[in-house]
Every structure is written in structure tokens, then in C-alpha cells.
Design a protein around this ligand. Structure first.
Ligand code: ASP
Length: 449
């Protein structure tokens, strides 16, 4: 059995929806389908989810929201009309939006989640209705009926482990099943969304619940590129990548598959394939638990993300002081800051985090470190980019670090930090934001060309 998820661009128009259903109906094993909200139809377009967020902003600021709502209704009526659906779906969409606005106006976080979920929810109903009209028995299943019961923190749903047994039961439904992605229901019966891009997470949860043989994730590219295609012209597509490699690459900017979506898949080792709705015969990229190392392609991918900050601390004889780093980490924890890397020397330590983590708290955190940790020097470096060079094969092969550092040196890029974890699956380099694109180009050239 396959669980197949289709992203926003795959379900943005009636024509795309027809392509999706051709793919779905051409394979009996594609029984459970997860869909996103209508995405962008062209580069300047706005995703339905963003339109819904704008509607929320109007409502919450007490402004006239009718024209925003109209824009959303038009997105759906375009699809409904073009599919020639004879239903009162548009009327239902309108009244559902009004209902959320009326009942949740005094609970902003709940209203935002309810409105945001509507893009997926309406689209799933439309797609199920159309497939039925084409003569393929198909049902729409709300996340609640599918058993997707989640924690109650708005915009940050986490699946409750007890959900999986309930989800498993949907295996027995004989019709094709269309489930909206991106949200679940809490035990208190509230709609709670996953983080943005979270339809991937729904797909992974359902794939795990029904113990699918394969989780297909359809998007608008034919797989995962070895590097950002806006930086490298027509990069190679990765044919196979492990969960761990994928996690490292998506951490530093590979956006094609949500990193939280890997978690449910690990335990049952359910493979994922990233495929292209517009070119379904392309092989795509498989994300798997284990794979053979390709000695000609030791580096699987290169990613680089900007917007990091490093707090650099020096203290003479730091290595002999018991509990020094714990004090610093406690200060971060007290300020609710999560960090990403912590490279250290005998008398210095750097703590690297996303700049957004420090926003509004920087002075407070630095003052606390100064007053509680008896340090010799403290400085903060903004505008850092993190370059990740990732490959399972690096641990067994000699020379990858040399290859990368030579490429970066030849491109005159200053390495502010280097870190390699004990797993040797990735190398991390801290560089200046301004060098990010050049660094990716230099590494790509040296690894693959
Ligand atoms: N529609 C949601 C978003 O734009 C979720 C998704 O498409 O995965 O973030």
C-alpha cells in the first residue's frame, strides 16, 4: 500500500488536480491520498494558506474582511467551475469560513489555526467529489475521522502516539481516501495546524499509521537536487539518500521535504520517494534508512542557510573548570533559546543559533553570561551562514575535508568555524552570509564537475 501526498503546486488548479487524479487512479496501491491547499499558480501568485492568513489579520484587526474572503472564494470557485462540479461546495466554503470567524473571534490563536486549515480542508473535499463524479469510488476523510489526534499548542501540533492505532483502521476502507494535510484535532476538539509546509507531516503520520510500503511525496520537481537550483544551474538529482542525510540537508535550507516529516517514518523504516506531478515517470529521489555508498559521489548534497548568530566566549583554563558550559546553556534555556552548534577549543566556546532565536533577548542573555560565568572575553557575530556538506560515505573515505576546504580557499572564502560531529555524516562550516552562494558554487564544482 502506498500513501501519496500532493503538494500545493500539484493541486493549485483544476488542470493540476486532473493530473493528480490520473496518477492516483493509475495505480491500485495508491489508496490514501493527502492533499495540500492550492499553492502558487505562477511565481507572483499567493498560496491559499497565505490568503487565509491575510483574512485572519483583517478579522483580528476589526477591519472589513469581505474582499479578502472573496479572493479566497474565487480561488476555489475557479477550481470548482473548471472541474464542472455540480455541488454546493462553494456555499459550504463560504459558510464554514463565516462560522470560524463568528465562533472563534475572541480566541485569535484558535481562529488562525481554523482558517489556515481551511485551504487543505476545502481542497480535499473538492478533489474527492470530482473523483467520485469520474466514477472512482472516493471518500473525503477529515483528520478527526482518520484518527489524527494531536497536541493542543496552536500552529505546532505534534501527533499523539495513541493516534496510530486509530489511523491503522483506515486501511480497511475500500474506497480511495482523500485526507487534507496540515492539521489534526486536539483532544479538546480544536483544529490545530502543524508548522508551515506541514502536509508532508500528515502524509508521514498516515504512512506510519497504516504501515505503508511507500510514502510518495509529489511536488513540482523531479527529486532532491544536490544543491540549491537557484544557485547552481541544473544541479544533479540525488537518486537515493538516507533519512539522516536528508535531515542534515533540510536543516540548512533544503525545503523540498519537511524535516519533521521524517520522524514518524524512522521506526518502521518506511521509504519516501519525492516525485514530480508533472513528470510522474521520472524516477525521483528515494529517502531510505540505509543505502550503498557511491564512491564517486561521496558527498550527497551541499546546503547553505543564512541568518545565524554566534556567541563567542573565551576563558583562560576553561577546560579545567567543571560545569562552565552548563552555566552558559542554562542561561540559554532560561531564555527559551535553542542553539544548533557548539564548537569549542580548550579556552573558548562558540554557541551558534538562528538569529531569530536571540531577537529581543540579546542584551539580557549577554549580560547574564557576563555576570554569572566569569568570562575573559565575549563577542557576538551576526550575519553568519552555515554551510553543510553531507554524505554517509565520508566516514569511510579519505580526503573529503581536504577537497572542500581547498575549494573554499581557492574561492577566497574565510572559514570562521569548522565542526564535524562524531557520526562523520556532515561537515559544518561557519562562513559570512555574503559568501553563501559562492561557497556552494565552489563546493559543487569541486565535488561533481
Ligand atoms: N498549505 C500549508 C502551507 O502552505 C501546508 C502545506 O502546503 O504543506 O504551509
Amino acid at each position: 500500500m502506498k500513501v501519496s501526498k500532493f503538494g500545493g503546486s500539484s493541486v493549485a488548479t483544476a488542470a493540476q488536480i486532473k493530473k493528480v487524479l490520473n496518477i492516483v487512479n493509475s495505480d491500485e496501491d495508491r489508496r490514501i491520498i493527502i492533499v495540500s491547499a492550492p499553492g502558487k499558480r505562477h511565481a507572483e501568485d499567493t498560496k491559499a494558506t497565505d490568503l487565509l492568513i491575510r483574512l485572519y489579520e483583517k478579522v483580528i484587526n476589526g477591519l472589513d474582511y469581505q474582499s479578502k474572503k472573496q479572493e479566497i472564494l474565487e480561488r476555489f470557485s475557479d477550481i470548482i467551475d473548471e472541474l464542472e462540479l455540480k455541488t454546493d461546495l462553494l456555499q459550504q466554503i463560504d459558510s464554514t469560513l463565516e462560522q470560524h470567524i463568528k465562533t472563534l473571534a475572541d480566541q485569535p490563536a484558535r481562529l488562525l489555526d481554523a482558517l489556515k486549515s481551511s485551504g487543505e480542508n476545502f481542497n480535499a473535499q473538492i478533489i474527492a467529489a470530482y473523483n467520485n463524479e469520474q466514477g472512482v469510488p472516493t471518500i473525503y476523510l477529515s483528520p478527526k475521522d482518520a484518527g489524527i489526534i494531536v497536541t493542543d499548542e496552536p500552529e505546532n501540533a505534534q501527533i499523539l502516539p495513541s493516534s496510530y492505532d486509530k489511523i491503522k483502521e483506515i486501511r480497511n476502507i475500500p474506497e480511495k481516501i482523500i485526507i487534507p494535510g496540515f492539521f489534526g484535532y486536539s483532544e479538546t476538539n480544536h483544529i490545530v495546524t502543524f508548522p508551515r509546509g506541514g502536509s508532508d507531516i500528515t502524509g508521514a503520520i498516515v504512512a506510519r499509521g497504516v504501515q505503508a510500503d511507500l510514502y510518495e511525496n509529489f511536488t513540482d520537481v523531479s527529486g532532491i537536487f544536490r544543491a540549491n537550483p537557484t544557485v547552481i544551474h541544473s544541479p544533479e538529482i540525488i537518486s537515493e539518500i538516507t533519512y539522516r542525510e536528508m535531515r542534515e540537508l533540510s536543516y540548512a535550507g533544503f525545503g523540498v521535504f519537511h524535516d519533521e516529516a521524517l520522524q514518524p517514518l524512522y521506526r518502521y523504516r518506511i521509504p519516501v520517494v519525492i516525485k514530480n506531478t508533472n513528470r510522474p515517470d521520472d524516477p525521483g529521489t528515494y529517502i531510505v534508512h540505509d543505502r550503498e555508498i557511491n564512491r564517486r559521489r561521496v558527498v550527497t548534497g551541499i546546503s547553505c542557510d543564512k541568518g545565524f548568530t554566534s556567541i563567542n566566549i573565551k576563558k583562560y583554563l576553561m577546560n579545567r573548570q567543571v560545569g562552565f558550559s552548563v552555566k552558559i546553556l542554562n542561561i540559554l534555556a532560561e531564555n527559551n533559546i535553542s542553539f544548533d552548534h557548539m564548537p569549542s577549543g580548550i579556552d573558548n566556546i562558540s554557541i551558534i543559533m538562528r538569529t531569530s532565536q536571540l531577537a529581543g533577548k540579546e542584551e539580557k542573555v549577554l549580560n547574564a553570561i557576563r555576570s554569572q560565568c566569569e568570562i575573559d572575553e565575549l563577542n557576538v557575530e551576526h550575519d553568519l551562514a552555515i554551510l553543510m556538506v553531507v554524505g554517509e560515505g565520508m566516514s569511510a573515505m579519505v580526503g573529503t575535508a581536504n577537497k572542500i576546504t581547498t575549494a573554499l580557499a581557492d574561492a577566497n572564502i574565510n572559514l570562521k568555524m569548522i565542526n564535524q560531529g562524531s557520526s562523520e555524516i556532515s561537515m559544518m562550516f561557519g562562513i559570512s552570509n555574503k559568501d553563501a552562494e559562492e561557497a556552494v558554487k565552489a563546493c559543487y564544482q569541486n565535488c561533481y564537475q
